[in-house]
Design a protein around this ligand. Structure first.
Ligand SMILES: Nc1nc2c(ncn2[C@@H]2O[C@H](COP(=O)(O)OP(=O)(O)OP(=O)(O)O)[C@@H](O)[C@H]2O)c(=O)[nH]1
Ligand SMILES: [Mg+2]
Ligand SMILES: [Zn+2]
Length: 311
């Protein structure tokens, strides 16, 4: 039987078969996909073949279709393994908040670079705009300017008062979209706004630390009423890089990549070389310092061969 994975708890995968039935499946311990070292061999969004024995035995996933794309993060600090967040997505909606919790530009930039590497388009949703003070509102303007100038769509929004929800609905129509971001930024709240029957659990961020409570603990795909689907996942702490050569990192920073055409050396790493157009742009205030900092943090990751959270 063939179907699509619509929910993953890490050990049990719910598959919606092509005939519309939901079947809980397991994966055999020795199941591995060629070329991907990941902690989860199967992810929400995967097309799969399953066998369903008759005698009350659990159903098993026996094969995973080739993926159109997928998006990964490192499984944990210091881990060399990756964790596949979702497969076969049309769009990643990176939900960020400037405060409570704070999403750092390093996190945003690492996510963007990783998505670029895996060819997943990203829209940045700046949620909780109803809560911003004047200083934070100014920062929002600045960040939207930075990311729009490299052609990333930015949507200021509030899942609570409805700001930006209409344009978001239009953007999501007919697409399979991954909701990504830190714990507590409002991913499940947005899901509930767009798919009222989802009834996903949400929880207030911690008063003491201003951080999320890791409320969503599994990944699940929900059909949108207007066509398309949303994949809600647990909050992401940090974002590492994989299998990237130092020269390659710059390819996934759109602004730095464009500037690098002006560098004297084609293998310039933009760290110390003479005639570096990227460092010149930084000096001339034509490149956002936060972008350069994020770029360096990804390069460093590479040098040390291990993951280092920047927050
Ligand atoms: N003020 C304000 N609060 C919001 C908004 N969106 C969500 N929240 C609140 O933020 C808190 C966290 O929301 P969740 O939807 O649980 O966050 P999440 O991203 O799903 O978090 P995890 O499941 O832990 O990854 C809840 O108390 C929501 O009510 C918003 O636009 N404005
Ligand atoms: Mg959630
Ligand atoms: Zn350079």
């Amino acid at each position: 039987m063939h179907g699509k994975v619509i929910k993953s708890t890490g050990s049990v995968y719910t598959v919606r078969t092509d005939s519309g039935e939901a079947v809980d499946c397991k994966v055999k311990g020795n199941f591995r996909l060629r070329g991907i070292r990941s902690t989860n061999p199967v992810a929400v969004g995967d097309g799969v073949t399953i066998t369903q024995p008759r005698d009350m035995q659990p159903a098993y996933i026996t094969e995973v279709d080739e993926r159109r794309n997928y998006i990964v993060r490192k499984a944990s600090n210091l881990s060399k393994q990756s964790h596949i967040l979702a497969a076969n997505v049309d769009l990643a909606l990176l939900v960020v908040t400037l405060a409570r919790p704070e999403t750092s530009t390093t996190f945003i930039d690492r996510f963007l670079a990783s998505a670029e590497a895996y060819r997943v388009p990203v829209c940045i949703a700046f949620n909780k705009v109803d809560e911003l003070n004047d200083e934070e509102a100014e920062r929002l303007e600045l960040l939207c300017h930075i990311y729009r100038s490299m052609d990333y769509q930015c949507l200021p929004m509030s899942a609570l008062n409805g700001t930006g929800i209409e344009p978001l609905k239009q953007l999501l129509q007919g697409q399979t979209t991954l909701l990504a971001g830190h714990s507590g930024v409002g991913k499940s709240t947005l899901l509930n706004t767009l798919v009222p029957q989802a009834h996903a659990r949400t929880a207030q961020v911690s008063e003491a630390h201003g951080t999320g409570m890791h409320t969503t603990t599994y990944s699940e795909l929900y059909e949108l009423p207007q066509g398309g689907a949303l994949i809600d996942i647990p909050g992401i702490k940090g974002f590492g890089t994989f299998n990237m050569e130092p020269e390659e990192v710059a390819h996934y920073f759109r602004d730095i990549f464009t500037l690098s055409r002006g560098c004297r050396f084609s293998n310039c790493t933009h760290t110390h070389e003479p005639g570096c157009a990227v460092m010149q742009a930084l000096e001339d205030l034509k490149l956002a310092p936060s972008r350069y900092t994020s770029y360096l943090s990804m390069l460093e990751d590479k040098d040390e061969g291990k993951y280092r959270a920047a927050f």
